[in-house]
Design a protein around this ligand. Sequence first.
Ligand code: ATP
Ligand code: MG
Length: 434
Amino acid sequence: MRLSRYFLPVTRETPADAQIVSHKLMLRAGLIRQTAAGIYAWLPFGYRVLKKIEQIVREEQDRAGAIELLMPTIQSADLWRQSGRYDAYGPEMLRFPDRKGTEMLYGPTNEEMITQIFLGSVKSYRDLPRTLYHIQWKFRDEVRPRFGVMRGREFLMKDAYSFDLDEAGLTGSYEAMFVAYLRTFARLGLQAVPVRAPTGPIGGNLSHEFHILADTGESAVFYDAALEDVSRDELLAADASTIAKLTSLYAMEEEEHAKIETCPVPSDRLHRRRGIEVGHIFAFGTKYSASMGFSVQAADGSQVHPHMGSYGIGVSRLMGAIIEASHDEAGIIWPESVAPYKVGLVNMRADDAACAAASDDIYDKLAAAGVDTLYDDRDERGGAKFATMDLIGLPWQLVVGPRGLEKGVVELKRRATGEREEVSIESALARLAG
Ligand code: ATP
Ligand code: MG
């Protein structure tokens, strides 16, 4: 993509209304634009990242055996009356009538709807277990939308729902999602801590939240320092033994920790930090299947309510969390797995025919090699181009200037470390295409 023809409204000024670094950088780097309180347009650059995050989430759901569908954003109030949650949900739910006066709502989550879908078509134990998921916009009329996409009112969530015949089956489905979450966050370049979560009034037995440790996080978590030493490779290879190890190491939300009398972790290993909740998994058993009258025939002929779990990931919140975890004074540092483009190609002198020709040629060769490249071909000062490249945080910068070209070299810079190297055009291309 040629920057001269792209839509990337970057700004130098720090937006006055943004309090945390990820929000500031998302606005400055032209990723999002607020259109109403807690509601954002995803500008082209931000939308590329969002789709990459979404795709990694999708691949790991698929790998865990979950099946993708798409449920609507708009739901009927009657559906929520069946589970008894319509009145319980409170003012976070956006409610409105349609033209006939039927009460509708913008879905904050989908337990009722997925149960209704199953109820209509699943009759026998032979149709279970199944886990279905979708990646869809949600609306919650948060009392204090803030921190940009971190706590929006409209936000993108992956929510999965599992149906099993019995509790042992549910535990297996829960563990498959646990593993999928560990792999997902590791692939996104994040160190996520699984935290035992309060199960609340629903009274389920198993629930974990996944937190990214960051000073700007909204939750306080206590955890065993040993959790920080779990390697990325170990998370990518996660299985039931990884879950056993991680959950035996203690991590809890502050309110839960307060209920513990004697803490099992020695004080020198007990860390307290702020966390950003990026995922939440929950085994709640028969709450919805029982309240909505959903049962299947078991092998012995009896009718049983399926045991359910639900599993959320904040896809749009993750973008903020990734930036909180990966930036410096100059701007964003995208992990390669979600970077909007892999390479930023900078022509230092757009008014120099030789520089322009060499840059055009490199751009064509990168495109031919399938390397996603953002080409700064604008007629601007070199300094401004460097500042923009650092701000938008592409993993690699390839700089073409007149002095280097005379020697037959270009400069290759790695954004994460700031390392620069002078290399021949051929070896730069070979490195980036690799
Ligand atoms: P929180 O405690 O942050 O309000 P929650 O517990 O209400 O979140 P869940 O119902 O567990 O959220 O939703 C699943 C995931 O969706 C959360 O783990 C989080 O990553 C994301 N999420 C929830 N609310 C928002 C929001 N207002 N903006 C962006 N992401 C959100
Ligand atoms: Mg939660």
